[in-house]
Design a protein around this ligand. Structure first.
Ligand SMILES: [Zn+2]
Ligand SMILES: [Zn+2]
Length: 498
């Protein structure tokens, strides 16, 4: 949109007189936002919609004149969608890569206009697009009494230590890494900190890279905090326009937020795509208030973070044991020969066949992880000669959810899978094998996560985990060492029942 600048203040073209000189917002060097006029009776639904957000005019179904009056009375402010002239910077997603900007003949600013391709799926941000945010009085949420937390479980001593550290971090608005082994019960660790924050009127966001996690976590959080609406945000979510002190969001959806949260909890901080997409990391930073506490959760921090932990540069609390106080099963390595050659002859290595047969005889469910989806159907065919209760899944499989559901119900015994099931899935009594563990898709953290599927429930705290390989890799050894180190630390701290 074009704007006129009059005495340092902006006026949108559509509200200007014909003879007024206007410019696309990106060409206006700077402007002011009036200070808040407390006598102005502002629109409550606009406040609700825009508080803590960073939205396009297209995302606001309010008349432009009403929006402009709120600006003139100091209740909202306009930001440039894209700033800079030679190097461009998208204010919504942080993109600065030249090849991720496109150009088009724009009807709104009547000239060639650059737009950001990086965040285009959330609506187009171009050089003439303002991003709006609320700067009037903050949205008032119902005051919460103490005891908003209705969860009545008990934390293990390791969980309690982490929970206390998290509360301290929230009070002092610092950063904290919670390094919790797979199956530690990290969600419960968050509860007391969230409760204390909510009672102090602080806004809390739990962000995760994955939609499945948002959908799975919402009912659990809602049950723990029945008096607070848990707003869940993901692409296509019905909660999109709702506001609450407690928000559960994919990292993607946070692109629409601006200085909104006092407490940001990022789950699975090392998971794809958050770990590799700078845009998502920018979105999380932008969604935090200037003074915010940030809690990072992971079972498998990346190398850089591990270094920072080792050199005391990162504030960390470790939960080295599972809540059920049993050690994490340590992976066993088994050489299985050139398994790809076997597969070319539509066969599986004998050691793998033996392992699968033993599961079938004992009617024990298992996952068989493989490095590439191209082998799934062939392996499923071979295993079908042993049992019919087998299926394969991968990321693009449209029946993925149904197959996992069938597996949960016990209708399937063996699930052949790519790394998509390395996280998030909890099956009570499970054995796990990796075929081709030497493949470089199986990084240390992937293998630790995969091994972490075994022995998670208190009723079945043990299980078999085997890495079938055609030559050991450093990643395999590091993964095993990672698990042994955590078990040893847990023993030392008296967190494991021997
Ligand atoms: Zn962008
Ligand atoms: Zn334009």
């Amino acid at each position: 949109m074009r704007f006129m600048l009059r005495e340092h203040y902006l006026y949108p073209e559509l509200l200007c007189e014909q003879e007024d000189v206007t410019h696309p917002i990106s060409s206006i060097p700077s402007w002011r936002t009036p200070s808040v006029n407390l006598t102005y009776s502002f629109n409550k639904s606009l406040q609700q919609k825009l508080s803590g957000k960073h939205l396009l005019l297209d995302e606001l179904s309010f008349p432009l004149s009403l929006i402009q009056r709120h600006y003139e009375n100091g209740y909202l402010t306009y930001h440039k969608g894209i700033k800079g002239t030679t190097t461009l910077h998208c204010n919504r997603c942080g993109n600065e890569k030249t090849h991720l900007f496109g150009s088009f003949h724009c009807a709104r600013c009547k000239q060639v206009c650059m737009y950001c391709r990086s965040c285009i799926q959330m609506g187009r941000v171009s050089q003439c697009t303002p991003l709006l945010t609320w700067c009037g009085p903050p949205l008032k949420h119902a005051v919460l009494k103490n005891n908003v937390l209705q969860w009545r479980g008990h934390l293990s001593s390791a969980q309690q230590v982490a929970s206390a550290e998290m509360m301290k971090t929230i009070r002092t608005t610092q950063d904290l890494l919670i390094w919790a082994v797979c199956g530690a019960g990290k969600t419960e660790v968050l509860f007391q900190g969230i409760e204390e924050a909510l009672c102090a009127g602080k806004s809390v966001c739990i962000a995760t890279p994955r939609t499945d996690v948002v959908i799975e976590l919402q009912p659990r959080l809602q049950q723990a905090f029945p008096d607070v609406k848990v707003v869940a945000l993901y692409s296509g979510s019905p909660d999109k326009d709702q506001s609450s002190l407690l928000v559960l969001s994919t990292t993607h959806q946070l692109l629409r937020y601006y200085e909104a949260f006092d407490v940001m909890i990022i789950d699975e901080v090392d998971a794809f795509p958050y770990s590799v997409e700078i845009m998502l990391q920018y979105a999380v930073q932008k969604a935090c208030k200037k003074q915010a506490a940030i809690i990072y959760l992971t079972a498998t921090p990346n190398e850089q973070w591990k270094q920072e932990v080792a050199t005391n540069k990162r504030h960390v609390v470790k939960i080295p044991a599972r809540y059920h106080r049993k050690p994490i099963p340590v992976p066993e390595f088994q050489w299985c020969g050139n398994w790809q050659k076997f597969l070319e002859k539509k066969k599986l290595s004998l050691s793998v066949i033996r392992w699968l047969t033993a599961r079938i005889e004992h009617n024990k469910q298992c996952f068989l992880f493989i490095p590439n989806l191209k082998w799934i159907s062939m392996i499923v065919d071979v295993v079908k000669e042993l049992t019919w209760k087998v299926a394969g899944v991968h990321a693009e499989d449209e029946h993925r959810k149904q197959k996992i559901e069938q597996f949960r119900k016990g209708k399937l015994l063996i699930l052949v899978t790519t790394t998509i099931l390395e996280r998030g899935v909890t099956i009570p009594n499970l054995d796990v094998a990796v075929l081709g563990a030497e493949n470089n898709i199986f990084t240390e953290s992937a293998l630790v996560q995969i091994a972490g599927r075994v022995g998670r429930s208190a009723d079945f705290p043990t299980g078999d985990i085997v890495f079938f390989h055609f030559g050991q890799t450093a990643a395999m050894q590091q993964a095993r060492k990672h698990i042994i180190d955590m078990n040893n630390l847990a023993k030392k701290q008296g967190l494991i029942d021997l």
